[in-house]
Design a protein around this ligand. Structure first.
Ligand code: CTP
Length: 413
């Protein structure tokens, strides 16, 4: 599966460093050539001999002790992927600021290969705004973050910060290296970058619509808007001109053109009136399929008895866009499913005339509505598909936008 792939496995000094041993073993068994790099602190946690024995070559620990005169650029340039597992708050900070403090941080700065970072630390540290800020800046630059899980931590504490399992880190690495989505050749570098969407207009919808029953009640859904807002943030970080049509109260960058809406009808109007001027439309919103035929002007009173609320269908925004879009526009839909994920999503993709459909099984733990993580399958109208295991919504947004970029025709000059 990973035959011939050269993977630099960076290990930093967290208690979870022992899990890097299992990750290394899995990667080697899958055919990868694993180059272990340990920080000084990591060597207090696991022995370099073990990492050497389970890697594909002797562990590297210093900028100065290598037979190669410039080991960091050599490692960075020859790697197909670099994974940091576990990643401490210190390495996140060094990587974010470009501080070359040791062999691992220097290698991270000297590479153009995809980088997967797996933070692990105590809950208080993980939740600290400085750490969260570093993570979101790194994600914005295209670094793939495998978020920590909740569970028992060192010292008997329980909370968020536990390193993701070696299996899930392995899955992220494998899908990063072998994902063949929407025409991207296997192993080809992702196109993502700070200007890869420059000159493109991208419209994204986010959140769940609310359909009024009376002045205080509505029919709604559990969508938080997090995935749509993450898409807007990543599209902006790649240089796009972003319009975010959202029902959510989550924040957005001031550079995003934000249009706040509440109902499906308002979203329909906001999207269709802007559709022609956008190169990409991503319908991440959970739009109501039905609304009350008429909303009561006054609050319905309990003493008036159980109300008989007559419903009518809303217009399907995605299907409307699919039927009338201009040539070259890339249209992305979402599908929240609880059963027969791929079959339901494939029929939705065809029915609505989209190019890509992002399907999530909202019945799975940690997936979909209101979570910070998601796990999706992206289906392509040309028949390709890619599965993305449980990852942060920003990481999912990166992969969705990679697939979008692969479908965009070059800008004519
Ligand atoms: N969608 C839309 N307008 C609607 C309903 C849905 O544009 N009135 C879009 C959503 O934004 C999403 C996609 O269609 O991108 C699929 O939404 P989903 O709720 O999964 O599908 P439905 O069309 O509601 O189909 P079903 O009820 O069979 O799951």
């Amino acid at each position: 599966m990973l035959e011939g792939r050269r993977i630099v496995l960076g290990v930093t000094g967290g208690i979870a460093a022992y899990k890097a041993i299992e990750l290394s073993r899995r990667l080697v068994l899958a055919g990868a050539h694993v180059v272990p790099v340990m920080t000084e602190a990591a060597m207090n946690m696991v022995g370099p001999t073990t990492m050497t024995a389970l890697g594909s070559e002797p562990v590297k620990t210093s900028l100065w002790a290598d037979s190669h005169p410039i080991p960091h650029t050599h490692l960075g340039q020859t790697a197909d992927l670099i994974v940091v597992c576990p990643a401490t708050a210190r390495i996140l900070s060094d990587y974010r600021t470009g501080r070359s403090a040791d062999l691992l941080s220097a290698t991270l700065i000297a590479t153009e290969a995809p980088v997967v970072v797996c933070p692990a630390m105590h809950t208080e540290m993980w939740n600290h705004p400085a750490v969260q800020d570093n993570v979101s800046v790194l994600e914005g630059r295209g670094v793939i973050i495998v978020p920590p899980e909740e569970g028992p931590l060192a010292g008997g504490d329980i909370g968020a910060g536990r390193l993701a399992s070696p299996e899930s880190v392995f899955d992220v690495i494998a899908s990063t290296l072998t994902g063949d989505i929407a025409g991207r050749a296997v192993g080809e570098r992702p196109t993502r970058g700070p200007t890869s969407l420059a000159g493109r207009r991208v419209l994204i919808t986010a959140g769940g619509t609310r359909e009024a029953i009376d002045p205080v009640r509505f029919i709604g859904n559990r969508s938080s808007g997090k995935q749509g807002h993450a898409l807007a943030e990543v599209a902006l970080s790649r240089g796009a001109d972003v319009t975010l049509v959202t029902t959510s109260s989550l924040g957005s960058d001031p550079a995003v053109n934000r249009v706040s809406v509440t109902t499906a009808a308002e979203m329909l109007e906001a999207v269709t009136s802007r559709a022609d001027s956008n190169d990409v439309i991503i319908m991440a919103a959970a739009v109501a399929d039905f609304r009350p035929k008429s909303a009561a002007e006054r609050k319905l009173k309990k003493n008036d008895g159980v109300p008989n609320i007559e419903l009518e269908p809303t217009e399907d925004i995605l299907a409307t866009l699919g039927a009338s879009r201009r040539t070259g526009q890339v249209l992305v839909g979402f599908a929240a499913e609880t059963d027969d994920l791929v079959a339901n999503a494939a029929s939705k993709l065809a029915r609505k005339g989209a190019d890509l459909l992002v399907a999530n099984n909202v019945a799975m733990p940690g997936v979909g509505f209101a979570h910070d993580t998601n796990a999706v399958t992206i289906l392509d109208a040309d028949g390709g598909s890619v599965e993305i295991p449980l990852s942060s919504k920003t990481a999912i947004a990166q992969v969705i936008l990679d697939a979008v970029e692969n479908r965009l025709s070059p800008i004519e000059s």
